[in-house]
Write a protein that binds this ligand. Sequence first.
Ligand SMILES: Cc1cc2nc3c(=O)[nH]c(=O)nc-3n(C[C@H](O)[C@H](O)[C@H](O)COP(=O)(O)OP(=O)(O)OC[C@H]3O[C@@H](n4cnc5c(N)ncnc54)[C@H](O)[C@@H]3O)c2cc1C
Length: 390
Amino acid sequence: MRSGGDPAAIRRDAAVQERMAGLGVAVECFDGGLLVGQDRVRSKAGTPFKVFTPFWKTLSTAHEPARPLPDPAALSPPGNAPASDALAAWGLLPTSPDWAGGLRDDWTPGEAAAAGRLADFLDAILRDYRTGRDRPGRDGTSRLSPHLHWGEISPRQVWHAAQHRAEAAAGLEPAMEAFLREIGWREFTHGLLLANPDMRTEPMDSRFKALPWRNDDAGLKAWQRGRTGYPIVDAGMRQLWRTGWMHNRVRMIVGSFLVKDLLLPWQSGEEWFWDTLVDADAANNSANWQWIAGCGADPAPFFRVFNPVLQGRKFDPDGSYVRRYVPELERLPDRYVHEPWSAPAEVLAKAGVTLGRTYPKPIVDHGAARDRALEAFRAVKAAGKVAPPG
Ligand SMILES: Cc1cc2nc3c(=O)[nH]c(=O)nc-3n(C[C@H](O)[C@H](O)[C@H](O)COP(=O)(O)OP(=O)(O)OC[C@H]3O[C@@H](n4cnc5c(N)ncnc54)[C@H](O)[C@@H]3O)c2cc1C
């Protein structure tokens, strides 16, 4: 069994143990969902780390994750196990409507699929991971997150397989280290959630409670549906809706847009991701949302506001990601695909784009929205609640 740092999972595991104990069956829990287990990576003072770099240094130098054990030769169920339902009898798969088609196209659940994905990643993707991981238009990351979340593969298997591959092939070491560092972030966020069980709703930096967030249902809906008028944001939100997953770089861009351009509370983004991601994970999701909002552990400063046009141009330079998920912009030339509003009328006409009709006009002006966000942040600062940004 695996609990990670999620208080709900810990409660569930404890309830199973108690129930089974009542039936005379002993249940043991193992931290198999983590690299080394929660209580082992501690600062010199014996406290959980609040900053990633020293956490990672300690984990990667002082704690070699245990090698995964071989499969048991046989598993015999206890003789007095309670009767069980067949999973199919619960009718969990959606039928009317069947909204899961996009998820089925992209994902194959299960241990075999997870092992296959890891092998493909190590064979063909790892070598370019350091650059590829920031290109949403490419297959440049492992896409192991749902498999890791659901326990279909363990981070220890991933760790040892990646190390083994880097030992066997020259020049893979830096890419392998960059990849394992991300697995380290996962371990870090689980420790944060364990130490801060209300991290899904409460800012870790409580001074951020004073930030005057807006209330804007129409803005939230436009963001959720991928209709903000900012192509990279809309592509990300539509990828999420269709496939249940979004590239990490784009998660950061859409997160910054919600929290800073729309000035909506990070909790509403966390909730939407929680409802729609196939890898929805209480620790990773809330820690990353808090990181974006500036109120988490080791956060991005609030005053750093991503410009969605520049981010799009930098990380999706040929517009292939935007074109895949926002097909109504498919025929726009590369230079306008991240800012269709700046295209001359004849270019728009030739590409079949009518702003406000075939594709939305931007729902906010980024420059004005950025000033509004910084103003909101300053108001909190003026009240003496937040230390001035450096
Ligand atoms: C706003 C926001 C919300 C997020 N919500 C989740 C979530 O609910 N569940 C989730 O698993 N990840 C979440 N992430 C982290 C990250 O985006 C995904 O783990 C990653 O995109 C998964 O793709 P991958 O498996 O190809 O990653 P790879 O780049 O191949 O990384 C390998 C593994 O490392 C871990 N990892 C990578 N990046 C991070 C990170 N920033 N924080 C913690 N662990 C990381 C994941 O387990 C991932 O599978 C979130 C990030 C942001 C910015």
